[in-house]
Design a protein around this ligand. Structure first.
Ligand code: C2E
Ligand code: CA
Ligand code: CA
Length: 772
């Protein structure tokens, strides 16, 4: 290019209008004179098809190469004394020189070099025999013949074209052919020279390109969306936009192209602009692939989901020059996805988010290290189950919906999300609260609201709270389990209708200990009793005779890890796990062994009192089982008392009456344990086959604090007597208590004042000591 040329380029550059252009140089070649007459400097907006540069380059190279060779040959001939033959044969292009007549189309008398033979895959003899017409691809022959005719007719001096020769093996070879008339001094009427060069490589590239272009245009016209090439700038300035743009966005391609009416960025919904920019920045940094789903706003103002897939186009220096890709309409899919997503993330009945979504959200939330306080609050309404049993599922669902409605009012955008984890369990995920007090206030609010919503149904529940910290945040499953545990703990506290509990280290330790105790008891049951489990016996004194009349058998558990475990701790666990059934049998047998020992020692009038849990009592075959053991061990039923806690009698269970009757028919006495702590009515107990009341220790304790006339103990005694029960006072620790109990006619006492519970041998020794 001359100076003017460069100035033009600079001007274009400076204008900023065309940033993406390439300078190309074309040879202005006069084929007939085999001379490059000049160079054409061009600036090409290469946005559309930059790839064509390759093909263009090859094309130019080949042409120039042919020209160079001919020039060289001429020079060599002129300057050096190389023979024409040598040059002719060694030339790297195929050459034939034909001395044909006007009427002779074949190649007879032609000079053919070996490169020509190699390229066409034909021997000289073949070439002469067949003539060029027969070995030219018929499609190309159609194009070439007219030119050749013109050449023959002297109307042109030569021609050039790309054509195919058919090799002897049937395959074809693409060549660039230059045919030129020769004016030689020789007297033959007409001669011409033909130069060929193998261009298969270039041709293949071109064909592949053509095919890919064709495929691309077919694809683009059928694309459910648009293809683009854009600048990598804040407005995503579009340089190429395919026709599908209009259907997708409602705008014509030319409206968006070059930001002529609006920027593509304006089409993207606000919320997605920054995420998209960030994503592209990352894709470009990694030289990766872009894939993103977002929403655009069409010319109609309607939101539409699109999927964009693309990648950066980079220059030789690895700098990004443009973005290319496609943007597809996925609104249909999104619609389906959204409805599917909605279904899979929400509870069918309450419409709240479900457990699956909760877990997914927690995974996301808890891995975010944002320093915010986070907690999970669980509301356990398992008592809805009982309503379900009474009124059916529809009623229960309706109730769940009402609860959900009430709880939803307390949810707060972003910071307090409500879930219906499973049927009767609701969970709040809380974020960004200030202190524990906030959680407490919140739980109190829940408690109040639920109490009023569920007042009529008399449904109660518990609220569990787990605060999330670095120690538990990894284990979401455990967090949810702990919320449940804490909420159950709250239910069991019986504090109020909806009490709450934090899940604490202490609670966790308690659970671990419970688990351990459970395992020890399983072992004991498997072993059919072992030294870790034994009975202690506490004497019961007849106040009139001051003699030991009975021993209460009290279960003991002690193991290496837990030390001594109180029955107040292990009996409830045994009940919960139903281990009390086999364990209770061991207790009964051990108690009967003690009776045997008493008998052996001459105390065949002293009985044994055995605590029986309601789970044992109501179990089918309990009475028969006891009878069988008694028969086997030859036990006098008259010496056996079963103590049953008062709470059992409140249950008003028909079976219970029957079982108690059966037991008293056998001759076993029934004592109501912890009398005065439950809700049973003395009147009802009269109907039952009960022979004894054990006044709970709490009443006996009061004898020491309150004035005598204020206690109700004497009333209980007299009333019990009227109903035909005899009375045992439990937990007697002081002489004064004994005195008072004697005065009001209490029949028997039991307590540390007489003796603490002892092992069997000590108990038998104790009889002698006590009765002197
Ligand atoms: P309980 O049946 O009311 O047993 C009386 C409890 O009071 C015993 O506690 C006994 O050691 C304690 N006690 C007796 N006199 C006094 C006293 O003067 N002062 C004080 N402070 N306490 C006294 P223990 O042995 O810890 O048993 C606790 C509870 O565990 C029992 O209460 C009973 O409900 C249950 N239990 C114990 N053994 C068995 C058993 O073999 N089977 C079943 N089902 N429950 C049992
Ligand atoms: Ca008892
Ligand atoms: Ca008791």
């Amino acid at each position: 290019p001359n100076m003017d040329g460069f100035q033009v380029i600079d001007k274009i550059r400076a204008s900023g209008r065309l940033k993406n252009f390439r300078i190309i140089v074309l040879t202005n070649h006069d084929e007939m004179e085999n001379e490059v007459k000049g160079l054409i400097l061009g600036a090409v907006d290469y946005i559309r098809k930059p790839i064509h540069m390759e093909s263009l380059k090859l094309r130019i190279d080949i042409h120039i190469e042919q020209l160079r060779i001919i020039r060289e040959m001429e020079n060599s001939l002129r300057e050096k004394s190389v023979t024409f033959d040598t040059l002719f044969q060694q030339a790297p292009i195929g050459i034939t020189i034909s001395y044909g007549s006007k009427h002779n189309e074949n190649m007879e008398n032609a000079l053919i070099n070996s490169t020509f033979e190699n390229i066409t895959g034909r021997s000289k003899e073949d070439l002469v025999r067949l003539g060029w017409g027969d070995i030219t691809h018929p499609d190309d022959l159609r194009d070439e013949l007219p030119k050749y005719q013109l050449l023959l007719a002297g109307k042109i001096d030569g021609y050039s074209m790309d054509k195919r020769y058919i090799k002897s093996d049937g395959s074809t070879v693409w060549v660039h052919i230059v045919v030129s008339r020769l004016y030689e001094t020789n007297d033959l009427e007409f001669n011409h020279i033909c130069l060929i060069q193998d261009i298969s490589l270039r041709k293949n590239i071109e064909l592949a390109l053509e095919e890919s272009e064709r495929a691309k245009s077919v694809l683009l016209s059928h694309l459910p969306g648009m293809a683009y090439r854009s600048d990598y700038d804040p407005s995503w300035t579009m340089r190429f936009v395919s026709g599908g743009c209009e259907k997708l966005t409602g705008y014509k391609p030319e409206d968006i192209k070059d930001n002529s009416k609006l920027e593509f960025a304006e089409l993207i919904t606000e919320a997605y602009r920054k995420p998209l920019r960030d994503k592209w920045a990352q894709v470009i940094a990694d030289k990766g692939k872009f894939e993103y789903e977002y929403e655009i706003i069409t010319s109609e103002g309607e939101k539409k989901w699109v999927l964009e897939m693309g990648e950066g186009v980079y220059n030789e220096n690895g700098e990004v020059e443009a973005l290319e890709g496609i943007i597809l309409d996925i609104s249909q899919r999104k619609k389906m996805e959204n409805s599917f997503k909605y279904q899979s993330e929400h509870d069918e009945i309450t419409g709240l988010y479900n457990l699956r979504y909760l877990e997914r959200l927690l995974v996301e939330e808890l891995s975010a290290d944002n320093g915010l306080k986070k907690a999970v609050v669980g509301i356990n309404l398992s008592s809805i189950q009982s309503v379900t049993k009474a009124y059916g599922f529809h009623y229960a669902h309706d109730l769940s919906r009402r609860v959900a409605e009430a709880l939803r009012l307390m949810a707060m955008e972003g910071n307090r999300i409500l879930f219906n984890a499973y049927s009767t369990n609701f969970i709040y995920y809380l974020k960004d609260y200030i202190s524990k007090d906030d959680l407490i206030d919140f739980c109190e609010e829940i408690s109040e609201r639920l109490s009023s919503v569920l007042a009529i149904e008399r449904i109660t529940g518990g609220i569990g709270i787990v605060e999330i910290d670095d120690y538990n945040k990894e284990d979401i499953e455990k967090i949810l389990r702990n919320v449940l545990v804490a909420s159950e703990q709250a239910i069991n506290s019986f504090e109020k209708d909806f009490a709450f509990r934090f899940y604490t280290k202490g609670l966790e330790e308690k659970l671990i200990r419970e688990e351990h105790i459970k395992h020890r008891m399983v072992r004991i049951v498997e072993d059919g009793g072992n030294p870790e489990f034994y009975l202690n016996f506490q004497p019961i004194i007849d106040l009139r005779t001051n003699r030991i009349i009975n021993f209460e058998a009290l279960a003991r558990l002690s193991c290496e890890d837990c030390g001594f475990v109180s029955p107040l701790e292990f009996i409830p666990i045994a009940e919960k796990t139903k281990l009390i059934i086999p364990l209770g049998e061991i207790i009964i047998i051990e108690s009967f062994r003690f009776l045997e020992a008493l008998r052996r020692n001459g105390f065949d009038h002293i009985g044994v009192s055995i605590n029986i849990s309601v789970i044992q009592l109501l179990r089918k075959g309990f009475v028969a089982g006891v009878m069988e053991i008694m028969k086997h061990m030859e036990i006098d039923p008259g010496l056996v008392t079963f103590e049953i806690t008062e709470s059992v009698f409140g249950m008003n269970n028909g079976d219970l009456n029957e079982i108690l009757e059966e037991l008293s028919e056998i001759g076993i006495r029934i004592a109501i344990d912890d009398f005065g702590t439950g809700y049973s009515s003395l009147a009802r107990e009269r109907e039952l086959s009960v022979s004894c009341l054990k006044i709970d220790k709490s009443f006996i304790d009061k004898l020491m604090i309150l004035k005598i006339e204020e206690t109700i103990t004497s009333d209980i005694v007299s009333m019990a007597h009227k109903l035909g029960h005899y009375v045992v006072a439990e937990g007697v620790e002081h002489k004064e208590q004994v005195e008072y109990l004697k005065d009001c006619g209490c029949d028997m006492v039991q307590g540390y004042f007489i003796s603490k519970p002892m092992d069997g041998n000590s108990a038998i020794e104790f009889i002698g000591k006590y009765e002197g």
